[in-house]
Design a protein around this ligand. Structure first.
Ligand SMILES: [Zn+2]
Length: 348
């Protein structure tokens, strides 16, 4: 019987560690129907139906108006709360309704909670909200109302002896975030995009970078090089905007040649870098849109890769793409949806 410890060590039964993931159905109560306002519930339901080992869904406290106004102009915050002036309230692109405030307060509360949890526990955490990286201090943009990445960074840097890295791998540029954090010395903004939407110029005096990748073969090498370039900096926390819209099947941002396998490897690179540096990651879902060749099932599957990589990271073992794919349940999900046509590139 004592020898069972050896068997346990080699067993894949417990590959993942505990992973707090913040989510509330309030994230998705706004009337405006769009993937960004609905996706959190799709992913939460998939986790309830097909567990990712270690994941615990936790309802966050909504972010307060006081916290919102540390990053956003009070006039803009008030416009979103009251719905007037309507043009400003809807500047993010979401039609205003009485539940929009509840939805954005809850979802931004999720990313702030994930960042604080990761900072305090020194382990990865996440939220099924989005980073909302196009929102700037004075207005929204590109389906982003309040900038959750900046709000989370603002809440953790005050108590942080080290810097905070905002890692933005959404397909689109995070110009809204950069416009807010560019003068925050405690924040480094690493942005790798495949679309020029919301492009911006990085000030040369900072370690922040923006890369616009147009050749899929350069996507992972660019990520590897940029992360390696930050090896001399001690980070308190990574806030990771884990968009899957670079996927070639995503009609809003996808780059031909970026496959599911490449996004799996991307998650491995990010969480392996974090594991070796002993820096916790607070992740959010970010872009990724149903349409064309990307079904809702496939989209949810791509977001599960990030969650699986984080759970494995909290387990402490070296990450491999096979482990991430397995814990995410990609094989089972693909066989379940095998009636849908797919190209070889989606196979892992
Ligand atoms: Zn995007």
């Amino acid at each position: 019987m004592r020898k069972s410890s050896k068997g346990h060590r080699n067993s894949p039964a417990k590959p993942a560690g505990h992973l707090p993931v913040f989510y509330s159905s309030t994230y998705t109560v706004s009337a405006y129907e769009f993937d960004t306002t609905r996706k959190a519930t799709w992913v939460a339901e998939s986790i309830r139906e097909q567990t990712i080992p270690g994941v615990e869904l936790i309802a966050p406290v909504p972010v307060s108006q006081v916290i919102l106004e540390k990053v956003h102009d009070p006039e803009y915050v008030e416009a979103v709360r009251r719905g007037t002036p309507r043009e400003l309230a809807e500047s993010g692109g979401l039609e205003w309704d009485v539940r929009l405030w509840d939805a954005v307060s809850a979802s931004n509360g999720g990313i702030v909670a994930a960042a604080k949890k990761a900072q305090q526990s020194r382990a990865h955490a996440g939220s099924l909200s989005s980073g909302l990286h196009h929102a700037s201090a004075a207005h929204g943009k590109g389906f982003c109302t309040f900038n959750g990445l900046a709000l989370a960074a603002r809440e953790v840097v005050a108590a942080a002896p080290r810097r905070v890295l905002i890692l933005d791998l959404d397909a689109h540029c995070g110009g809204g975030t950069y416009s807010i954090v560019r003068h925050w010395p405690a924040v480094v903004h690493l942005d790798i995009s495949v679309s020029s939407f919301d492009q911006y110029r990085v000030e040369a005096s900072t370690p922040s970078t923006l890369d616009l990748v147009t050749d899929a073969t350069r996507y992972l090498p660019t990520l590897h090089e940029r992360l390696s370039g930050l090896n001399e900096i001690e980070f308190e926390l990574v806030i990771y905007n884990a968009g899957v819209d670079p996927h070639q099947h995503c009609q809003i941002g996808g780059l031909p040649g970026i496959t599911s396998a490449i996004l799996t490897e991307r998650e491995r690179i990010v969480f392996e870098w974090a594991r070796r540096r002993r820096v916790p990651v607070a992740f959010v879902l970010a872009g990724g849109y149903v349409g064309g060749n990307l079904s809702q099932e496939a989209l949810v599957g791509l977001h599960r890769l990030t969650i699986a990589a984080a759970a494995l990271g909290n387990g402490g073992a070296t990450l491999t793409a096979d482990k991430i794919s397995s814990v995410a349940g990609m094989a089972q999900r693909e066989s379940r949806s095998s009636r849908a046509p797919r190209s070889d590139s989606t196979r892992l």
